[in-house]
Design a protein around this ligand. Sequence first.
Ligand SMILES: C[S@@+](CC[C@H](N)C(=O)[O-])C[C@H]1O[C@@H](n2cnc3c(N)ncnc32)[C@H](O)[C@@H]1O
Length: 273
Amino acid sequence: MIDPDVLRIETDLVVAALYQRYGLDFRQYSRASLERRLLGLVEKLHLQHVTDLIPRLLHEPGFVDRMVNGIAVNVTEPFRDPECFSAIRQHVFPVLRTYPYFKIWHAGCASGEEVYSMAILLKEAGLLDRAQIYATDINTDALARARDGIYPVESIARGEKNYLAAGGTGRLADYTLQQYGSARFDSSLRENMVFSQHNVVSDEVFGEMVLVMCRNVLIYFERELQNRVIDLFQRSLVHRGFIALGAKESLQHITGGAAFECLDRPARLYRAI
Ligand SMILES: C[S@@+](CC[C@H](N)C(=O)[O-])C[C@H]1O[C@@H](n2cnc3c(N)ncnc32)[C@H](O)[C@@H]1O
């Protein structure tokens, strides 16, 4: 059993190395999750101490990406929390119809299931052709999977129920080509998607978004960092733009949260006033 004080000191040292050497800022990530992830990485790499990560981080080319990919939790699924998608259909789609062309940003898209889910609903609403969808994450492995759009068939099968709950009108599987246990989303869904590495802690705004979806990312950040990231999103939105957060996240105690109205509380959907 590791002494919590020692773990805290070791975590501080790794965080300092990431920041000073690579400018990667994990200083305001929630401690409990960060420590758990670092311990998981130590075990996976058969190391003894969290600080054993530091020499590899400083001297081994490419190790920093492995570390970042190991720290970031990227659990996701198609049509996760379907009430969020149905609220978007109800409140955001009518506004999207008024635009000849619009942009949506999925910040922290992980392996991309959320992005394909949105593209499917846009397609069913006849809006996909007008959309430019930006899908970003810090995790390069997850982004590569998102770009490929290939998932286990079981994950698509599990998503069918949520797809219907989100207001889908067909079958999720019909949007995929299935072969040897894998399901690849139709390339027509991917046409207007741009995947790119972007760190919401330190990188700049993505301009002119009508909707920013950032679900289950802020939950890993301390409050002050949440404030900063929401400010970034606010600056990325068009006038009266929308923000969708994860089921356990909210703008309630966020500085700047008063600049948004809540359209649907359980769905965590907000609109700039
Ligand atoms: C739990 S997943 C959420 C995926 C999806 N949005 C969902 O709700 O199912 C959290 C994602 O946030 C990403 N993430 C963590 N810190 C980030 C940062 N500073 N900038 C961008 N993405 C980040 C992680 O790499 C991970 O893929």
